[in-house]
Design a protein around this ligand. Sequence first.
Ligand code: PHE
Length: 337
Amino acid sequence: MDINAILAQIDTEISNVNSPESLEHFRLKYLGRKGLLTQLTSTISGIAKEERPVFGQQVNSLKNKLLSLIEEKQKAISVSSKQQKLEPWDIGMPGIAQELGRLHPLTQVTDEICSIFKRMGFSVVEGPEIETEYNNFTGLNIPLEHPSREAFDTFYLKDYPKMLLRSHTSPVQIRVMQSRKPPLAVVVPGRVYRPDAVDASHSFMFHQVEGFMVDEGIKFSDLKGILEVFAKTIFGKNIKMRFRPHFFPFTEPSAEVDISCIICKGKGCSVCGRKGWLEILGSGMIHPNVFKHVNIDFKKYTGFAFGMGVERIAMLKYGINDIRLFYENDLRFLKQF
Ligand code: PHE
């Protein structure tokens, strides 16, 4: 066995040792009971007498070299393992920033709408998304033959033909008026469902905020005043409003409310279809037939009601041109609010 070759070999081998396990493996290979050094020593009888002292010296220095290499490596390994243990507590390391979540833009706009009405004395009530046909239609004076009753415009529950996913928040008018006495001033945020094909302005599910007020002597001018405060608070005090005659079965008279286009300020642009006006909600004076259904004396009490789409308000407020952006959970969109 060539001792010089062994010396070269141990140098490269020790440089690859980096754990207590591999160091022990190294030690046993050379200094163990059946290790290389023992084998070398046992060959001494086969060596010429005069060569033995030199050979003995070489074996000795090999042994010393091995011992000192092992000792050095042991120190190095124990230092690096101490460093590893200390690492999680290195207070000099930069911290991991926790990103704060935020409310979905639709939740923010819903909250903003409700808080404007709360400041005017309205309370917030919620109702179920699965409704009875009665609350969604009949109680609201929507006749049997009305097209919106048909399955085409409403999701009916398969096994419960008189139950459906509410197509508007107006059924909560019925629920509240059945269980509370006037005076009433209530806003109702919530999800509604319609089997519309999804495109840039339609979704099978969207959000509405309903509002209504019932008391003695409530007039159309009260509706106008309240909605004017609302529209100017949410869109800015320079916008104009107009009430355009419309039809809803549950209000009489009924009106749709437009605001002057917030993009072109009424001059006419692509957002308002060159009309200068944007529709924001439906409204009217509660129909006497609705009061009859909930046993409120329609000779004594009057009231108004309105309903708006939250997506529409949010799209106008922020200049969003595709309703689908609200539902895709794309952080690039959501982080802007
Ligand atoms: N429920 C109506 C809709 O979804 C909106 C509305 C509510 C109109 C209350 C008048 C009064 O279109």
